[in-house]
Ligand binder design. Structure first.
Ligand code: ATP
Ligand code: MG
Length: 559
């Protein structure tokens, strides 16, 4: 499936416009509600851009709310990383909230349901509850505890709260309809016993509300006007509505669902991403190959490129798979406008220019960025010994190879024409050096006699170049649609063994000496790079954000 790039008003914005027009709401309040059980990924970015974007657009508010109803998987490290990611994307929350701030209130509403005969304490085991739930074709079976009187339920629930039961001994369930066509409505569990500390409430509670019970209430407490979530919660909506309609909530939110973002070659599940981290398939949550926001940030993506991506993929109700090339296109296009072009040699081959005076250094003018209106220049040192790319020389070039070869003349970017005179090899026949001559008349890249060369190579002065490390990345997985794994196979069977290449003998021009972490450049002919956190002044480390090859734009032009 291929996604269409749609612009303009999406269906959720349309609903909001209608609600405003009809006077059904006066203030737009949204929220982004992550569970703090992992780092955010690019799918979450879609939800963040949507929720915060709507609040901005309609002069409303968006809360950042941590859905921390489950004490066992949640950690403050995740809370902090999520805050950082939302800020980095360029959004400001109106309020920072935790579902756990509302535990007292949820408890009160549970009491209200019990009081009105709409909830009961069930002593069946989790297994029994699952087995009596029925199927899509068959109704479920009512629990033998279902018709207890409210007084008894109140007493038992109080005991649950006071820790007088063990984990698994009993739960609180809603009394709805065991024959309901929607399985979510068959007496869902509201509270379970978990004798665990919570990152926010410590040991105050040993009963914790289920996500489904809490979620709609959180929205109601915060006055959320449009509760936006992904399609998998569509079948939960009647349950949320049932909760809201059966207790005295302060406001009545409405839920709207959209299709989650799926990307080719990419996994988008926190659980699996966590596994990649803990089992050390990647270097961490912020490994530049990860689809996490911290990963793409380290890789060199900018917030504006991510926001543009999220806007242009659109919001719809149909599940689809977005081509990762489009994400790459978004950052490439931006970096093309904003970065300076510099020369970096990733696989160096030494070249000695025999007729260039020994000990001489010339500083040549190099254009920084041809895309800006007022171009600026820097000086690049040129000397007798330079490095070029190994790949830019072939001893026996095939017909379409236009770069350097014995006896052939090429242009050195910003510098001179050189001609290869001799190839020097080691005892194994490996090429270690080229001897060339230059034409002093061709300074700046043109020959006064009008003769042409077919190839232009980038280069660095051996004496001046900085030795750096360069990390090149490819897809983390080998199949484009992660939903199409063969039977019996696991996503780890599809890890790409060549997803990262670390080159430690690279050379860049000296103008990069004082670069800072996250500075971005175009390395001529290699792509866009940024400085990694691992950089030290004596050893810069670059990540390739994206190559220059633009398959996306090409695909679009072909139609
Ligand atoms: P995961 O499956 O990766 O664990 P999740 O849905 O469990 O994700 P939450 O922390 O509950 O993670 O997500 C917070 C919000 O982000 C939710 O509103 C959810 O719908 C939304 N979201 C999660 N994944 C995507 C996605 N791939 N595309 C769009 N929105 C998403
Ligand atoms: Mg979730």
């Amino acid at each position: 499936m291929e996604q269409r790039i749609q612009k303009g008003t999406n269906f959720i914005e349309q609903i909001i416009l209608d609600d405003l027009e009809a006077g059904r709401v006066s203030k737009i309040i949204t929220r982004f509600p992550p569970e703090p059980n992992g780092y955010l990924h690019i799918g979450h970015a879609k939800s963040i851009c949507l929720n915060f974007g709507i609040a901005e657009q309609f002069k409303g508010e968006c809360n950042l709310r941590f859905d921390d109803t489950n004490p066992s998987k949640e950690e403050t490290e995740y809370v902090e990383s999520i805050k950082e990611d939302v800020r980095w994307l360029g959004f400001k929350w109106a309020n920072l909230r935790f579902a756990s701030d509302y535990f007292d209130q949820f408890y009160g509403w549970a009491i209200e349901l019990i009081d009105s005969g709409k909830a009961y304490v069930d002593h069946q085991s989790a297994e029994e509850i699952r087995q009596t739930r029925g199927t899509l074709k068959e109704p479920g079976m009512e629990s033998p505890y279902r018709n207890r009187f409210p007084e008894e339920n109140l007493e038992l629930f109080e005991k649950m709260k006071n820790g007088e039961f063990e984990e698994g001994e009993c739960v609180l369930r809603a009394k709805i309809d065991m024959a309901h066509a929607n399985l979510n409505m068959r007496d869902p569990i509201l509270y379970r016993i978990l004798k665990q500390s919570h990152h926010n409430t410590g040991d105050k509670w040993c009963i914790y509300p289920m996500y489904d019970f809490a979620h709609g209430f959180e929205d109601a407490i915060e006055g959320v006007s449009h509760s936006i979530c992904t399609l998998e919660f569509e079948a939960h909506r009647p349950l949320y509505d049932w909760f809201l309609d059966n207790v005295s909530v302060p406001s009545r939110p409405h839920q709207y669902e959209f299709a989650r973002l799926n990307l080719t070659y990419t996994l988008m599940s926190k659980r699996k991403l966590l596994e990649l981290v803990t089992q050390r398939y990647v270097s961490g949550w912020d490994d530049p190959r990860m689809p996490t926001i911290s990963g793409v940030r380290r890789r060199g993506y900018s917030p504006s490129a991510i926001r543009r991506f999220c806007r242009d993929i659109g919001v719809s109700k149909a599940n689809s798979l977005v081509d990762i090339e489009f994400l790459q296109y978004c950052i490439r296009e931006e970096l093309n406008r904003t970065t300076d072009r510099v020369m970096a040699v990733l696989n160096p081959l030494k070249v000695v220019i025999e007729n260039y005076p020994e000990g001489q250094t010339e500083y040549l003018d190099a254009l920084n960025n041809p895309e800006v209106e007022e171009p600026t220049y820097r000086k690049v040192p040129f000397t007798r010994t330079i490095y070029i790319e190994k790949d830019d020389f072939m001893e026996e070039p095939p017909r379409k190879f236009f770069r350097l070869a014995p006896g052939r003349e090429v242009r050195l970017k910003h510098a001179y024409f050189i001609t290869c005179k001799e190839v020097i090899k080691d005892e194994n026949g490996g090429i270690v050096e080229l001897r060339c001559v230059y034409d002093p008349e061709t300074k700046g890249g043109d020959a006064p006699d009008g003769r042409k060369v077919k190839g232009t190579l980038h280069w660095v002065s051996a004496e001046h170049a900085l030795k750096v490390e360069v990390r090149l990345y490819d897809h983390l997985f080998t199949i484009s649609n992660m939903d199409e794994m063969e039977e019996g196979k696991d996503y780890k069977d599809y890890l790409n063994p060549d997803s990262r290449k670390i080159l430690t003998e690279c050379f860049v021009e000296p103008s990069l000496q004082n670069s800072q972490v996250m500075d971005r450049f175009q390395f001529l002919r290699h792509g866009y790079f940024c400085i990694d956190y691992d950089s030290r002044p004596e050893k810069l480390v670059f990540n390739r954000t994206v190559s220059l090859k633009d398959t996306w734009a090409k695909m679009q032009r072909k139609g």
